[in-house]
Design a protein around this ligand. Structure first.
Ligand SMILES: Nc1ncnc2c1ncn2[C@@H]1O[C@H](COP(=O)(O)OP(=O)(O)OP(=O)(O)O)[C@@H](O)[C@H]1O
Ligand SMILES: [Mg+2]
Length: 392
């Protein structure tokens, strides 16, 4: 919609003295208010329609006319809205001209006499350049401001509702122990789980070297050598990290054996390109000796005991005396025994394994692991009397 405006000036007949002038001015101001009503009335609208030959009702036209008078002045602003800018101008001008005629008719007491008041079109309308509705710039501005406000609001709300672990403080409060390391997100690990420490200096490799050092210094006199890697829920990076912690320790000249204690969803054989049929479960059930089941890898000083075929009763097998003896046997043969395991909240396997270990490394995934899940996982470890657990 376009808006064209005119300005009308109202004057009344008055004498020459100052008092008369003042009086005349007051009269004009009093009239101005009634004039605004007349300007928005249907009589004037009809006259304008007739003059311009418009096809619209007097009511519609009068609804698009707005007349306002500034207090204590004799000026009236007339604004006309129309879909066409040219017609808006024409209506505003015709309406103002008609109003001048209407006032002279109304204010002439008897034919031939001087009218008591006169209206002059002080400013005529021109073609409006831009529409007043829609106010594109204003609307875009408002939209951006509103969008930003809603966005910030949602972000704050999301943050308030976010109950995942995201910082060291939360993790340490929930677990009651210190954070030993942070492994960054590394898309390359999705293709190749193992990091070639000899050649790699990425931030992930550095983070794992730091984790290795922290693990070695956890107990200065008696550092943990049999370490179970677990987490609260699936897919939190247990297997990938277990592999790389083992490789980082092997890089530091330690003989390391990596054991797949996740008999339900074994991953090490797949991640490392090894044969998975004969492994931990095979040795525990007497199907093979430990020496037969251990596999050398392409990485120096890293030996792997895969999970073997999935037994019907993994928890029982892992909690058996044979398993206890097997882990002790591995402890005597290697400097470090890193055991990958199942999620704590799903099955008891990891908790059972933890009782045969020196320490448990609990993984938590940034922005994914929920606070209560981590808390429950730690509680389930404490319930079986696991040795000190450290989060990562
Ligand atoms: N640091 C990392 N950066 C990016 N992706 C990773 C990282 N660590 C692991 N992943 C990916 O996350 C997924 C789950 O990893 P992984 O198999 O190690 O987890 P998990 O906890 O052992 O899972 P499950 O509970 O099934 O045993 C895999 O696709 C893996 O490649
Ligand atoms: Mg796994």
């Amino acid at each position: 919609m376009y808006q064209a405006s005119t300005r009308l000036f109202v004057s009344t007949k008055s004498g020459a003295s100052a008092a008369d002038l003042y009086q005349g001015n007051r009269l004009s101001q009093d009239r101005v208010l009634s004039y605004t009503q007349l300007l928005m009335g249907e009589t004037l609208a009809q006259r304008t329609i007739d003059k311009l030959g418009l096809h619209m009702s007097a009511k519609t036209l009068s609804e698009n006319v707005k007349a306002t008078a500034k207090a204590d002045t004799v000026l009236i602003d007339v604004k006309v809205l129309d879909r066409s800018p040219i017609r808006a101008r024409d209506i505003a001008n015709a309406l103002s001209d008609e109003f001048v005629v209407l006032v002279s008719e109304l204010e002439t007491p008897k034919p031939g006499a001087q009218p008591d008041a006169r209206v002059v079109v002080e400013q005529r309308a021109s073609i409006p350049e831009s529409p007043v509705v829609p106010k594109t710039t204003r609307n875009i501005g408002l939209g951006i401001a509103f969008g930003a406000l809603v966005g910030v609001g949602l972000a704050v709300l999301r943050d308030q509702l976010d109950n995942t672990v995201k910082d060291r403080k939360t993790i340490e409060e929930l677990t009651g122990v210190g954070l030993v390391g942070s492994v960054p997100l590394d898309k390359e690990r999705r293709k190749h789980a193992a990091i070639s420490f000899e050649t790699e200096n990425s931030s992930t490799a550095e983070a794992l070297r730091k984790l290795r050092t922290n693990l070695q210094f956890l107990g200065v006199d008696n550092p943990p050598r049999v370490i179970v890697v677990t987490s609260s829920t699936p897919a939190e990076g247990k297997s990938t990290t277990a592999i790389n912690v083992a490789l980082a320790l092997a890089e530091a000249d330690h003989n390391v054996v990596l054991v797949d204690g996740d008999m339900r969803r074994p991953a090490l054989a797949k991640y490392l390109g090894l044969v998975g049929q004969v492994g931990f479960s095979t040795v525990l059930s007497g199907g093979a000796t430990l020496a037969e089941a251990l596999q050398e890898t392409q990485f120096p000083r890293l030996t792997v005991l895969t999970a073997g075929t999935t037994p019907p009763n993994p928890s029982e097998l892992l909690g058996s005396l044979t398993a206890h003896k097997l882990l002790n046997e591995l402890r005597s043969q290697f400097d470090y025994v890193i055991v990958d395991s199942s999620p704590l909240l799903a099955v008891t396997d990891a908790a059972v394994l933890s009782t045969n270990s020196d320490g448990v490394l609990i993984m938590a995934r940034f922005g994914q692991t929920k606070r209560d899940q981590l808390a429950h996982a730690v509680a389930s470890l404490k319930a079986v009397g696991a040795p000190s657990s450290v989060p990562c």
